[in-house]
Structure formats: structure tokens, C-alpha cells
Design a protein around this ligand. Structure first.
Ligand SMILES: Cc1cc2nc3c(=O)[nH]c(=O)nc-3n(C[C@H](O)[C@H](O)[C@H](O)COP(=O)(O)OP(=O)(O)OC[C@H]3O[C@@H](n4cnc5c(N)ncnc54)[C@H](O)[C@@H]3O)c2cc1C
Ligand code: SF4
Ligand code: SF4
Length: 433
């Protein structure tokens, strides 16, 4: 074996550090099992850590996620690798698995970084901030976001000019441009896939104008505008920084739409749009918010009441299919739609449009396994061959699935799914010991 490859062994490998992976890791560790949690991003927390509030309780997402993330990161039986990717997983003759993975260089010595942000201030390079969904910029030397875990800097080497300003500014001398990728060969007994979902890219529906009209944003961008860790102190439309007073939501953008290759319902967009509309009524009390929908699917506990509450607050609901969005010289958007109840085509002007983008499968996990295939379902989520009896089982014995890696679901269902995956994995570990 190559002696540069580091080795270690754990009971379980959890792939993906979102709420589902984090919860799975905690359950396993609280039952005495040694867990390696591998996250490809710079921070754990997944999409949830970036949300504003959660439906239907309107609890602050960050206030729920941060204590959980801190419990995960401090647990003595959980090792976290961020900025890391699994290369392959092979099952050995004894039934156990071997995983090869690569920890990418952060160009910062994590243990020595105090998170003071002096490198950020000194860095002259600005690029769009992926954690603020491109609404503002960030530096090439940067802390991902204020509640990131770990909350330490990283150097975005692709955009870095190697000017050295960050190195000179850093009081602990922890910036290290000599760092290289580190390879690991890990022995594990079970694997839990919690690789989450991707968001639909509305560029694929050109008639909605996303990418062309600055005041057409996605729901994830609106989450950032509404979040406690938001880029601006209030809601501003990106085109000219004006506070919007007539907003529209376009539901089912990229969901239930075979023409863009995603015929299924994303299950969360109706409710997160109703949530955002309620939060907007609080943030912009004079604003007028209209939700254009095909059907409102408020099927969960407390969801119908939440929908009724939104109607009571004065949010407009129009059963209408959007044909096209155009922009007028004021930067406002004109929505041409079919009013389904009246059966006629109408037009309406809004100064900001939010596209309620759907959930797409993240297919990365399927390519990781060698010798035995990890089967995907018809819509490319991880297949659940025994969905009624053991929903976390996959096509490979000893490999389980948690959260939205298996299909669209909200946070409570992702946590339930993580509970099912961890108890199945614990049962499996106890059987093979
Ligand atoms: C705009 C919006 C608003 C929402 N609002 C709400 C709400 O109010 N209430 C609610 O209940 N739900 C809401 N949701 C849904 C919620 O975000 C999801 O239910 C939840 O994030 C699912 O968690 P997860 O861990 O399954 O997936 P994710 O949050 O997607 O986490 C997956 C993690 O895995 C990592 N990963 C992916 N591939 C790999 C790989 N190959 N190797 C290593 N790591 C990998 C990712 O980087 C990520 O950190 C909202 C979603 C959106 C888009
Ligand atoms: S070396 Fe790179 S990261 Fe550091 S200040 Fe210069 S451009 Fe920014
Ligand atoms: S890398 Fe240095 S300057 Fe940047 S946050 Fe860490 S300690 Fe501060």
C-alpha cells in the first residue's frame, strides 16, 4: 500500500452532513458506535443551516440547527471530515467495507484558525458568495458563513491570486499554501447515504426569465434574504436595491413538469412558499404577496391550518399557470398566466418574482460502490426496495439511506428517516459483531 495513504477504522460511515446525516451520526454515536461523517462542503448543516424559519411552526432554522451541529461536532465518537469526498467503496470478503476518500486542502491550519476574519478583510479578490446564493460577494480568503461548523477560514484557490495579503494579515500564521490533498483508506462495517438533494436550476425554463431579469429570484435566494444571517438588513430586490411591494411566487417551478424531466411533486415548495409569504408580510407590512399555484398540497400535520392562516393574513392565492414572464422598463415583471378557475388568460405586474424551485436527486452516491450496484429508483433517488416495511434499506446489504437522498421530504420527515436508518444500521451492526 502507498504509505502516503492514511488508514483508520470506524463502525459506520455517514456520507453527507445535512440534517439527515447529522442526526444519523448522532443516533449511532449515542449508542456507542464510532462514526465517520464525511461532508463534501466546508461546513456541516446542509441546506437547513441556511434557511430562515421552518414551516409550520415558524421556529428559527439556525436556532434549531446550530445546537445540533455543535453536539455533532463535539461528540467524542464522531469524527467529521469536511471538504472531503469518497472516491470508492468496496465490500471485502469478510462482509466489511473499505472506503477510499480524499480530504481536500483548505490552505488553512484548522486547529490554529481563530475565525478572526482578518484574512477576509485583507484579501483583494471578490467573487459571488455561494452561501448567499450569489446575492452578494465574498473574498477568496473566507469563512463560509457566520454559523458555519467548523467556523474557520478557507482559501478558494481557484480565484486566489497568491498575493499573500491574507498570510501577512493572519495573526496566528495559519494560512498554508503548501497543503495537499490527503488520501485515506477507511475500514467500516456499515454505510449510511445522506447525500441530500439538488435544487432545480430555473435557467432550464427560459420563459421565466431567471438569469436575464434581475428581479426574478429563486426561493433559496429568498430564504437567504429572510434568514437571520441574511446579506442585507431588509428585503431588497437585486436589480436596484428597492424594497419590493408587490411580490409573486411561481409554484411548481421544475416540479410536476415532464417537459423539464421532473414529473414528480417536490412536496415542500407549497409549504415553504406559504412560509416565506408569511415572513414577508412581517418584514414588509405594506407589501402585497400573490402565490400562483396549480394545487396547494398542505398534507402534513398543521399544514392546512398554516395555509388558512396565510389566507387570513391577506396573502393572495391564484390558481393559475404561468405562461411567460417579461420585464418592463421599470424592472418590474409582467406575468402572463391562465386563470384556471375563470379559464381566461390574464396579465399581472409585480416588482419581484420568486420561483419556487423543486427538489432534484443527487445521484453522486450511485457511482461510489464497486462490485455491487446501488440501485436508483425511477426518478434517480436512492431506491428503497422494501419501502413499506424497512424504508432505509437499499439494494446493498449493510448500506442504508437517510433523508432526501431517498426522495423529496421536509425536515421532520428527514429526521424520522434518519431515525429509521440509524436503528436499521444499529441492528445490522449488532447482528454482524
Ligand atoms: C427554499 C427551501 C426552503 C425550505 N424550507 C423548509 C422548511 O421551512 N421546513 C422544512 O421542514 N423543510 C424545508 N426545506 C426542506 C429542507 O431543506 C430539507 O428537508 C432538508 O434540508 C433535507 O436534509 P438532508 O440532510 O436530507 O439534505 P441536504 O440538506 O441536502 O444535506 C445533504 C448534505 O450532503 C452533502 N453531500 C452531498 N453529496 C455528498 C457527497 N458525495 N459526499 C459528501 N457529502 C455530500 C451536501 O453538501 C449536504 O451538506 C426547504 C428547502 C428549500 C429548498
Ligand atoms: S493570497 Fe489569495 S486568498 Fe490570500 S489575500 Fe491574496 S488573493 Fe486573497
Ligand atoms: S486564517 Fe488567520 S486571519 Fe483568517 S480567520 Fe483564521 S486566524 Fe483569522
Amino acid at each position: 500500500m502507498n504509505e502516503n495513504i492514511k488508514t483508520a477504522s470506524y463502525d459506520a460511515l455517514v456520507i453527507g452532513g445535512g440534517i439527515a446525516g447529522g442526526e444519523t451520526a448522532l443516533n449511532l454515536a449515542n449508542n456507542g458506535f464510532k462514526v465517520l461523517l464525511v461532508e463534501k462542503d466546508l461546513s456541516i448543516g446542509g441546506k437547513m443551516i441556511l434557511l430562515s424559519k421552518v414551516f409550520p411552526s415558524l421556529d428559527c432554522a439556525a436556532c434549531i440547527t446550530t445546537p445540533k451541529v455543535s453536539e455533532i461536532s463535539r461528540h467524542p465518537l464522531i469524527t467529521i471530515f469536511t471538504a472531503s469526498e469518497i472516491v470508492r467503496i468496496i465490500r471485502g470478503p469478510n462482509g466489511a467495507f473499505k472506503a477510499n476518500l480524499v480530504k481536500k486542502p483548505r490552505f488553512v491550519i484548522v486547529e490554529d484558525c481563530t475565525g478572526c476574519q482578518l484574512c477576509e478583510e485583507a484579501c483583494p479578490v471578490s467573487v459571488p458568495d455561494q452561501y448567499q446564493m450569489g446575492l452578494v460577494g465574498r473574498k477568496a480568503a473566507y469563512i463560509p458563513f457566520s454559523i458555519a461548523s467548523p467556523r474557520v477560514a478557507a482559501i478558494d484557490i481557484e480565484n486566489c491570486t497568491l498575493c499573500g495579503a491574507c498570510e501577512r494579515a493572519c495573526p496566528t500564521k495559519c494560512i498554508d499554501f503548501t497543503q495537499e490533498p490527503v488520501e485515506y483508506a477507511i475500514d467500516i462495517k456499515t454505510v449510511i447515504i445522506a447525500t441530500g438533494f439538488n435544487l432545480f436550476d430555473p435557467i432550464k425554463i427560459p420563459r421565466y426569465g431567471y438569469g436575464r431579469f434581475k428581479n426574478v429570484v429563486t426561493s433559496m435566494q429568498m430564504e437567504r434574504l429572510l434568514a437571520p444571517t441574511r446579506p442585507f438588513p431588509t428585503i431588497l430586490r437585486p436589480g436596484d436595491g428597492k424594497m419590493p411591494d408587490k411580490l409573486a411566487y411561481v409554484l411548481c417551478t421544475g416540479s410536476r413538469d415532464a417537459s423539464v424531466g421532473n414529473p414528480i411533486c417536490s412536496q415542500i415548495c407549497c409549504m415553504y412558499s406559504i412560509k416565506q409569504a408569511q415572513l414577508l408580510m412581517g418584514a414588509l407590512p405594506m407589501a402585497d404577496v400573490t402565490i400562483y399555484y396549480i394545487n396547494i398540497r398542505s398534507f402534513g400535520k398543521g399544514f392546512e391550518e398554516f395555509y388558512e392562516q396565510a389566507k387570513g393574513m391577506g396573502i393572495n392565492f391564484i390558481k393559475g399557470k404561468i405562461g411567460e414572464i417579461s420585464e418592463n422598463p421599470k424592472g418590474n415583471l409582467v406575468l402572463r398566466y391562465e386563470d384556471i378557475n375563470e379559464g381566461i388568460v390574464k396579465e399581472s405586474e409585480h416588482d419581484m418574482v420568486v420561483l419556487s424551485v423543486g427538489i432534484l436527486p443527487n445521484q453522486e452516491a450511485s457511482g461510489l460502490f464497486q462490485k455491487k450496484e446501488l440501485t436508483l429508483d425511477l426518478y434517480k433517488f436512492v431506491d428503497q426496495p422494501d419501502i413499506l416495511v424497512s424504508p432505509s434499506l437499499t439494494s446493498i446489504e449493510g448500506v442504508f439511506v437517510a433523508g432526501t437522498a431517498a426522495g423529496p421530504m421536509d425536515i421532520p420527515d428527514s429526521i424520522l428517516s434518519a431515525g429509521a436508518a440509524s436503528s436499521e444500521a444499529i441492528g445490522y451492526l449488532n447482528r454482524i459483531q
